[in-house]
Design a protein around this ligand. Structure first.
Ligand code: HEM
Length: 146
């Protein structure tokens, strides 16, 4: 039962994270005014909350449910998924730094600044399918290491 609850929570959070990321991708475009910047910074807070919960629920699954830590810690696709997740997290830092700066200073960001942030958002969207591929592979026993 614990496994089922954690699996459901994991999936809901993953869809939420992608939704938040995609919302940022749609909202961040040249010509932002201070009200739009405040909205984007608020959306970005949900990015952080959702990602944090995914880490908590994900590690709970790996440690206490499903197949046990020994299974995952010896699986290549588990570590590929962790690495991709860490990379996406690192790529999310620059947009967050810019949103906070734009909001604090209350100015209208110039087009170059916005385009740079969009590149970071694009990279995260592009990497997302790798998480799903690694997850499906690890769940089915591919990538087992000795
Ligand atoms: C946004 C990031 C993540 C995405 C998109 C994601 C995606 C998925 C998906 C789609 C599954 C179901 C695989 C299947 O049954 O076919 C899954 C399972 C799982 N995920 Fe994640 N995950 C993420 C983050 C994490 C993190 C941070 C952990 C931490 C350890 C984690 C641990 C697990 C575990 C233990 C399973 C169970 C696999 C099994 O059934 O054996 N996930 N994940």
């Amino acid at each position: 039962m614990l496994d089922l609850i954690l699996a459901v929570a994991h999936h809901i959070l993953i869809f939420s994270l992608f939704g938040v990321l995609f919302a940022e991708f749609l909202l961040v475009r040249p010509g932002l005014d201070p009200a739009a910047v405040r909205r984007i910074a608020a959306v970005d807070l949900w990015y952080g909350i959702t990602a944090g919960l995914i880490i908590v629920i994900g590690f709970s699954r790996a440690l206490f449910a499903a197949k046990g830590w020994l299974y995952y810690s010896h699986n290549f696709f588990f570590w590929a998924k962790m690495g991709t997740f860490a990379l996406i997290g690192a790529l999310s830092a620059w947009p967050t730094i810019r949103y906070l700066r734009w909001r604090r200073e209350g100015f209208i960001p110039d087009a170059d600044d916005v385009i740079r942030v969009r590149q970071f958002l694009w990279a995260q969207v592009a990497l997302f399918p790798l998480l799903l591929i690694s997850a499906a592979a690890m769940a089915r026993g591919y990538g087992e290491m000795l």
